[in-house]
Design a protein around this ligand. Structure first.
Ligand SMILES: [Zn+2]
Length: 255
């Protein structure tokens, strides 16, 4: 069933009230939800890096272990060759064993050098791990603080928020798709989130530009949808001046 302009305006204004309240709730939360998310992402990044450091350390330790085993093996061989050398039958055999001994000695030197290098890398990596852990610790504290701040704020408004979201769904259904689309578009472009406004004290309630009296009269009639010629917001009606001062003279002297 077609609704009248007046009904459309009423539905729009109702939706606007719900959205403005939701805006206010989100404004209180401010940048906190985003900051919490950023910190969580940052922490995941640090944890991944820490895991990588630890696995690097582990493989360096394993390298050292295998170099040490190489040294032991070389020492065992050296001992064996030295015993053989005592029982050689000629110079050629003696020289051959001497070469083997030299070779094993060289092997030991290479392994020792590599152990030294691995230990230096472990040391510097450990320093990196310590620094990283410190940063991680700080960020985790930041996160806890911000999270509890956000939780408090959310808990203060979460019931209202979920009720408003239900209300919003219902309120949206009462507005035809095309009109709802323009409403959302106007709202997206408006800094204060207002798409539907009243004329207040002769001016647009959204951009505060003067609305001429004839236009105000048209708005009061509610025969068609009228938008602000300056900001494009939809006029829902004209707000009357304060009612507790019904005498015209008083009102005119105030303004
Ligand atoms: Zn305006």
């Amino acid at each position: 069933m077609e609704s009248t302009v007046s009904q459309k305006l009423e539905a729009l204004l109702n939706l606007q009230k719900i959205d403005s309240r939701l805006d206010a709730i989100f404004k209180v939360r401010g940048a906190l939800p985003e900051e919490v998310q950023d910190l969580e992402d940052e922490i995941v990044g640090y944890e991944t890096r820490l895991e990588k450091f630890n696995s690097d350390l582990q493989s360096l330790e394993e390298d050292i272990k295998s170099y040490k085993e190489n040294i032991k093996e070389s020492e065992r061989l050296i001992k064996k060759y030295q015993e053989q050398q005592m029982n050689v039958r000629n110079n050629r055999e003696y020289d051959a064993i001497t070469k083997e001994l030299e070779l094993q000695d060289l092997e030991i030197q290479v392994s020792k050098k590599k152990i030294g290098e691995a230990q230096a890398r472990i040391e510097s990596k450990n320093a990196d791990v310590d620094a990283l852990k410190e940063t991680l610790n700080e960020r985790q504290k930041d996160l806890e603080t911000k999270k509890s701040e956000l939780d408090t704020i959310i808990s203060e408004s979460e019931n209202e928020e979920s009720k408003l979201k239900t209300d919003r769904e219902k309120a949206s259904k009462k507005i035809e798709d095309r009109l709802l689309k323009s409403y959302n578009k106007i709202r997206d472009n408006a800094k204060n989130g207002l798409a539907v406004v009243m004329v207040k004290r002769g001016a647009c309630g959204g951009c505060f530009n003067i609305v001429p009296p004839q236009r105000q009269a048209d708005i009061r009639e509610k025969k068609k949808l009228i938008v602000c010629e300056h900001c494009g917001r939809i006029f829902a009606g004209v707000e009357d001046e304060i009612e507790e001062e019904p005498v015209k003279k008083k009102r005119s002297t105030r303004s």
